[in-house]
Ligand binder design. Structure first.
Ligand code: AMP
Length: 427
């Protein structure tokens, strides 16, 4: 097993890492750090939670240290991130890793006043972490000069494309000097990302740590089949039974997230919503309360949850199954970080069985089923040969005798002593 000392990082960076309690590099760090120190472009397939921020932040800081900054303190490293939360977290990691060196970094994103951001830019910074929209705004106003960038990082590239940032990314790329080192990280590698990577990476080394091998296997998972209208009661039961101290609940829509927060409140369960319609202030506050433990649950939509990096998340609830199988992997990756254990529950109603098929196909295994709960709804179980994706629920599809394809997977849950109202549907 490699250690940080053998990677070629300076003592001051090693001291910062040690302070953080990191004992050995994660796989993505062990692979990426030496390549980046050698000056190679890197294409990394890895998601948040794998330690990828340090995988690029540490070698960038090292290489910046090796060269003296110019007198004007130009921006020498640019990290583009899709969401404000993620950008803020990356910047916070730069603070941690650069605590013993003279390196200025700054995060800029929209939704907040640009004044302090402009002031920092005027004073001069070495590392800029930014979301694309605000970056382009500030460039247009003449506050940002990318003409001295030596390192360009495109983080969470798949999410960038999902969020429609491709044109912004291309605009930024045009403003960068030709001579530079590039890094692209993405949790998945569809052809759109491969094409984007080809358009600006040079002779890149690929590091593939796709979630199948690293995250999913560490996380205990369970599926509960349930009627849509019973999900609320089921989640209240599960949260109370599990005495959840720190959990994230995923809903498909912002409206659904708000509604669920209200319903949980009625059941005396503390939860806050985090999604794109919330102001930056509300999002930051929700995240802070979640981090300090005063609010045990966050109810999030996919985009807002991206990059929520909070230690010790013990439970993830897929209140609605995501329609993109990759999102499932991102979501459950919020728990069981850095070797800790966690459990991910998925609720599947009869309109979501196709999504479950797609998810199981992606992760390459069937998820164990908990069926001894009062709201078990066998009609939601995927039919044999069901195709991945959304299915239209017709009257005919409510055939309760369906579904034996999951029989090998059932496991007795930790739940007991509950009446099953759905005995007709139980085998
Ligand atoms: P990231 O994938 O960059 O979002 O990192 C996920 C979490 O893992 C963060 O809380 C990091 O502080 C932590 N982390 C990163 N590298 C290591 C390491 N080598 N050992 C232990 N924890 C780490």
């Amino acid at each position: 097993m490699s250690n940080f000392e053998s990677l070629g990082l300076s003592d001051k960076l090693l001291r910062a890492i040690k302070n953080e309690g990191y004992e050995s590099p994660t796989p993505v760090q062990a692979l990426a750090i030496p390549l980046l120190l050698k000056g190679r472009d890197v294409l990394g397939v890895a998601q948040t939670g794998t330690g990828k921020t340090a995988a690029f932040a540490l070698p960038i800081l090292q290489k910046l240290l090796d060269k003296k900054p110019s007198q004007n303190r130009n921006i020498r490293a640019l990290v583009l991130s899709p969401t404000r939360e993620l950008a803020a977290q990356i910047d916070e990691r730069f603070s941690v890793y650069s605590q013993y060196i003279d390196m200025r970094h700054k995060v800029i994103f929209g939704g907040v006043s640009q004044k302090p951001q402009v002031q920092s830019l005027r004073r001069g910074i070495d590392v800029l972490v930014a979301t694309p929209g605000r970056l382009l705004d500030l460039i247009q106003q003449g506050h940002v000069d990318l003409g001295h960038v030596e390192f360009f990082v495109l983080d969470e590239a798949d999410r960038m494309l999902d969020m429609g940032f491709i044109r912004d990314i291309k605009k930024v790329l045009k403003l960068l000097p030709r001579q530079r080192q590039n890094l692209l990280f993405s949790a998945t590698m569809p052809s759109s990302i491969a094409n984007l990577a080809n358009s600006f990476l040079k002779n890149a080394e690929m590091i593939d740590l796709s979630p199948k091998e690293i995250t999913v296997d560490r996380i205990e998972q369970a599926i509960l089949f349930v009627r849509k209208e019973d999900k609320r009661k089921l989640i209240v039961d599960l949260i109370k039974e599990n005495e959840v101290k720190r959990g994230i609940i995923f809903t498909r829509t912002k409206h659904g997230a708000n509604k669920l927060v209200k319903q949980l409140d009625k059941a005396h369960i503390g939860a806050l919503a985090i999604h794109g319609n919330k102001s930056q202030g509300a999002r930051t506050k929700a995240l802070a309360q979640f981090k300090n433990g005063s609010t045990p649950l966050l109810v999030a939509t996919d985009i807002a949850s991206r990059g929520i990096d909070v230690e010790d998340v013990t439970h993830v609830f897929n209140y609605d199954l995501p329609n993109e199988p990759e999102s499932y992997v991102h979501r459950i990756g919020r728990t069981a970080r850095a070797g800790k254990s966690g459990i991910a529950y998925g609720f599947c109603d009869d309109s979501e069985s196709g999504y479950l098929v797609g998810i199981q196909r992606l992760i390459g295994k069937s998820i164990p089923v908990i069926d001894d709960h009062p709201y078990h709804f066998a009609k939601a179980i995927p039919k044999p040969n069901q195709k991945p994706g959304k299915i239209k629920v017709s009257k005919k599809s409510h055939d309760s005798k369906q579904n034996t394809n999951q029989s090998n997977n059932r496991h007795r849950s930790r739940r007991s002593g509950k009446n099953n109202n759905n005995n007709n549907n139980k085998r």
